[in-house]
Write a protein that binds this ligand. Structure first.
Ligand code: NAD
Length: 501
């Protein structure tokens, strides 16, 4: 369908038809206009205005990107790891220099507050820093005399063209969970950002263009499902990383692994935050509120189910409601705002329909965020902080990932009941416990099924030199994201056994 040869130059100047910019793809070192008629509106969610249009590219655009990446592979994969890392040193410096500009872009297209956007950029930069360690982290190992005068050596080699598919909630950070690790290990790369937030990655690739990375090493194809399916099916792609909701993660895992690719697919979450009676409540509640309402709840590490254990229930409930009510909701670009809008009108509709379901299902609506109004932002996609009490695990609000600022309180009598509740849920991404007992903390961390556990930490987010990813329906695959796992995922181990005659 598409005619990806419609190359218009090496810059990304807007292709303006009407007043709103239509974005391009980045293929073989050029910003290319895909031959498509279907474009998706990108919004500023605080204003409700259209700020760009994403081309809904197709299989031909993916094929063009894979061709460019395949052509770039032989020379890039032979480039010494230290030389590849030097491009990333420069990239890191540019990201740092443009951090505030990029954070404003994240807030403008996603809605999270500027502080939250800056934090996500910090983590993105940290991924580039860790990837710069490739000359050490990519090393193999060896052993002399595995038999008399026979030596054995393992080296890691890049695998080929790798692709990553990103969700809307971290426009800067999630793509950089993959890009720097993929290319520093000698692979070439195709990125599909979320069609809802394409602007930050466009800008990040413009910065990467200034780092002398050869054409074709990194390519970007905008779009949605059609691009994802073409990535899963394309025989030229060796590995696929996916981050998004559980049903799509599962489908991508099955489809891409069926096509013989290495796959890591991170899915959705329903995270439990547990408060024990011996917790320091002053500090706990502020961390819990940040966990549930930070990024308007659009975070795979966000608290979703609040579990006060035993006697702490009444006080914890009251303080959670009081602190949630005090949050200032508004445009994330404005100073003093604690919580921005959700991503779209459609998503606001989804979140508010869950609130209605909770009421219908018989949970107690202790704080209702549906009627929020934000001064000077009448068309923004806002939902206020919401708290349900007395939620049952069988209710939809207790079971489904709402991905919005909605807390469900589900009291438990003891730690055993907490584990029964958590183990009954198919997702197992992250969980946190608040306690002053080392013994309780140890037991919790030992028995929890979720792979990211916080002890007196509201958002248990592993830094870039540790692995990131959940378990069960929150993660499909084996090797997780960043840390040492990234070097495993992006390389093959070759074993050479030698005898000199
Ligand atoms: P999504 O699953 O709707 O979309 C993710 C990506 O898949 C996008 O690039 C989209 O274009 C594509 N896509 C959407 N529907 C598709 C389909 N039917 N077939 C093929 N591709 C499709 O997710 P989202 O709404 O963008 O992001 C929110 C979700 O991501 C939440 O569930 C959240 O928990 C999850 N998430 C998980 C992690 C993690 O580390 N586990 C991190 C961030 C976000």
């Amino acid at each position: 369908m598409a005619n990806p040869s419609a190359v218009t130059g090496t810059d990304s100047r807007p292709d303006r038809r009407g007043d709103v910019e239509r974005l391009r793809n980045f293929i073989g070192g050029r910003w290319v206009v895909p031959d498509v008629t279907d474009y998706l509106d990108v919004h500023n969610p605080a204003l409700g205005t259209v700020i760009a249009r994403t081309p809904m590219s197709g299989a031909a655009d993916v094929d063009a990107a894979v061709t460019a990446a395949t052509e770039a592979f032989p020379s890039w994969s032979e480039t010494p790891p230290a030389a590849r890392a030097r491009h990333l040193f420069k990239f890191r410096a540019l990201l740092e220099e443009h951090l505030d500009e990029l954070a404003r872009l994240v807030t403008t297209e996603h809605g999270k507050t500027l502080d939250e956007a800056r934090g996500s950029l910090r983590r993105a930069i940290e991924c580039v820093e860790v990837a710069c360690g490739a000359p050490s982290l990519m090393m193999g190992y060896g052993l002399e005399n595995i038999a008399f005068e026979i030596d054995c050596q393992v080296v890691r080699q890049p695998i080929g063209v790798c692709a990553a598919i990103a969700p809307f909630n971290f426009p800067a950070m999630v793509p950089l969970w993959f890009l720097p690790f993929a290319i520093v290990t000698g692979n070439t790369f195709v990125l599909k950002p979320s069609e809802q937030v394409p602007l930050t990655q466009r800008r990040i690739l413009e910065l990467l263009e200034r780092c002398d990375v050869p054409p074709g090493v990194v390519n970007l194809v905008n779009g949605g499902r059609e691009v994802v399916e073409a990535i899963c099916d394309h025989p030229g792609i060796r590995a696929v990383s996916f981050v998004g909701s559980t049903p799509v993660a599962r489908a991508v895992y099955q489809r891409a692994s069926h096509a013989g690719k290495r796959v890591q697919a991170l899915g959705g979450a329903k995270n439990f935050d547990i408060v024990m009676p011996d917790a320091n409540l002053d500090r706990t509640i502020s961390m819990v509120v940040e966990s549930f309402y930070g990024c308007a709840g659009e975070r795979c590490l966000a608290g979703s189910v609040f579990v006060p254990v035993g006697s702490v229930y009444q006080e914890a409930r009251e303080r959670l409601v009081e602190s949630a009510r005090a949050l200032r909701v508004g445009d994330g670009l404005e100073p003093g705002v604690d919580m921005g809008p959700v991503i779209s009108a459609k998503h606001r509709e989804r979140v508010t329909s869950y609130i209605q379901k909770g009421v219908t299902e018989g949970a107690t609506l202790a704080l209702d965020g549906r009627q929020i109004s934000v001064a000077n932002r009448p068309d923004g996609f806002f939902v206020g902080p919401t708290v349900f009490d007395r939620v049952a695990p069988s209710m939809e609000i207790g079971r489904d990932e709402i991905f919005g600022p909605v807390a469900s309180i589900l009291p438990a009598k003891d730690l055993d009941e907490v584990f029964r509740l958590m183990d009954a849920h198919p997702n197992a991404n992250a969980t946190s416990i608040f306690t002053s007992s080392g013994k309780t903390a140890r037991e919790f961390s030992h028995r929890a099924t979720a792979s990211m556990v916080g002890v007196n930490i509201g958002v248990a987010s592993p830094v870039a030199y540790f692995p990131f990813g959940g378990a069960r329906d929150s993660f499909f695959g084996d090797l997780k994201v960043h840390g040492r796992d990234a070097f495993e995922f992006y390389t093959d181990k070759k074993v050479t056994i030698t005898r000199w005659l």
